[in-house]
Ligand binder design. Sequence first.
Ligand code: ADP
Length: 201
Amino acid sequence: MKIEVWQGDITTLAVDAIVNAANESLLGGGGVDGAIHRAAGPGLLQSCEQLPQLRPGVRCPTGEVVATDAHELPARFVLHTVGPVWHDGQRDESALLANCYWKSLQLAEKLGARSIAFPAISCGVYGYPLYRAAEIAATETLAWQRSHREPRRIILVAYNTATFKAYQQALSAAGQTLDDESEAPRSSDRAIAAQSLMPAF
Ligand code: ADP
């Protein structure tokens, strides 16, 4: 099994869990968060508002993750994690971003998810340098896959070609070979990709 890299819209993936790059309010925002809320329908916001962790005035700390139902998405769960805002690299950004990946995988395992897809957490408005973030995504997901059985399928979703290339480079640098067996579907293969990503129940 390899860490897969796929280019496209994470909301279309029929995996058990998709990860949302949320903000501390967990009540929706722009970027991938907005796309996930639009595709999931209004039920997702209601689920977020009802999260027991979010009592009035309490925000989700950076690096933490909470799960909700995925409502109208093809996925089963949405794991909302809060990535770090990039400042200068001296404010624990890398450890906090690593937490987002590791704790999402822990929660996915707890929920019985066999497949999980991650967007490039913090690489949009939070400004994390792309390659540094890709290195963390590659290191954490490979370490998880080497030491855990589930979720077996881990997919890094790139929304654009630069992110796709950064993931391939970072995975290769972290020791994953890129060969003919590469399971990453091309972006033009979205229909096939969605089919091949259907979880096996
Ligand atoms: P953050 O606030 O954590 O930086 P953003 O949503 O601004 O989060 O961006 C995170 C990443 O998600 C960026 O690389 C962005 O290009 C990507 N992205 C935006 N929309 C989608 C989508 N529908 N599917 C997958 N990735 C997306």
